[in-house]
Write a protein that binds this ligand. Sequence first.
Ligand code: 6PG
Length: 482
Amino acid sequence: MKGDIGVIGLAVMGQNLILNMNDKGFKVIAFNRTISKVDDFLNGAAKGTNIIGAHSLQELVDKLEKPRKIMLMVRAGEVVDDFISQLVPLLDKDDIIIDGGNANFPDSTRRTHELAEKGIRFVGAGVSGGEEGARHGPSIMPGGNEEAWPYVKPILQAIAAKTPEGEPCCNWVGRDGAGHFVKMVHNGIEYGDMQLICEAYQFMKDGLGLDYQQMHEIFSIWNRTELDSYLIEITADILGFKDENGEPLVEKILDTAGQKGTGKWTGINALDLGIPLTLITESVFARCVSALKEQRTQTGKLFNKTIKPIEGNKTEWVEALREALLASKIISYAQGFMLIREASENHDWALNYGKTALLWREGCIIRSAFLGNIRDAYETNPDLVFLGADPYFKEIIENCLDAWRKVTAKAIECGIPMPCMTSAITFLDGYTSERLPANLLQAQRDYFGAHTYERTDKPRGEFFHTNWTGKGGDTASTTYDI
Ligand code: 6PG
């Protein structure tokens, strides 16, 4: 009997996905570039299972049922292209290659087209959930060549996480790089959620002077509110975790954040599409600031940086902080879905926003009860442009607004950096303003560069130029927007 699927790459995600597929009754052929890892796996974690090893790509291909399905679980970028070029000569028409890594979505679009020309079907599938998700049920976001979907669907949906209603957190996203695009936005939202939590932690620790036991308890309580989510849950665990000396381990971790690029890509994409993805982009910059450790230490001394303790009832502040976090989170997801909508229209992907929220409901890093509410919002109104306009989310924002203003203003007053919570409220203030000061900005552009402006008392699309100084000419520059 031949194998149902081949998996290349036996790092942590690859191994766990294979074990998951094996549990679900699929016969998996495993391969790794460093061949010794295949035997280590077969004699280790895969011992006693139906998993079979291959010691060359030819052997892997020979052992698979047609049309062959081969999933790459290797480092994103060149390594994927290398494996694809080695595999193509060994494959037959209609075989399927799935990339389960964190590819940049334009690469998946390119691979879909290049491989289609060779008769091979390509699927770019975002996989989220870390080691545990891969082993017991990740969220999977497949896109690319839709002809492949009926063949890979039974396997991917079987291994995926399920919602409380039993729906798989894996469904066809769209053509080309749509699957990896949705995974990229997932990661951007992950960056935003993590930074928001970090801001709340610093407010509690440096502003309110709470200790780790108190913060552990607060996050545990928050996890029983609308904030119920994996990231809040692990934060409670982390804050309660003691090292070998009985002291909080997190306090001893160097405060410089790493990043592998998916958050940055999300920000770049938002700039390209003209979407104000302010919160996620701020969260990427917050990691950049954190990485400048030496510079921060020096300027901290130069400016004699201190944080003023926050006065007042701590319990009331903690509740205000929870509300500020919740409202900011709504803005982050609202901005994320604005980006998804714009990309969908731009690339003609016809993405389904409610189904996207469903994909993230379980299994992935941003999984939360909240995503169930987002799904409901888009099911009720698929044309919803701003998530905050949905009645459920609007009510929360309105109820949280006073506390949110109080917390962000206090953070600024006391010297606690809050790039994400403040950018979120600033976005809402701008987005709900019928009139912004951009009239002055247009006047400035026209003044120095004859860039023209539209008038409030004339129809849209009619452009005017004024000779502001009496010295310039009457020639206006061409009117175009990127
Ligand atoms: C997931 C994670 C996963 C990975 C990130 C980490 O969805 O399972 O997002 O993809 O942990 O790439 O990203 P950074 O290293 O950029 O924080």
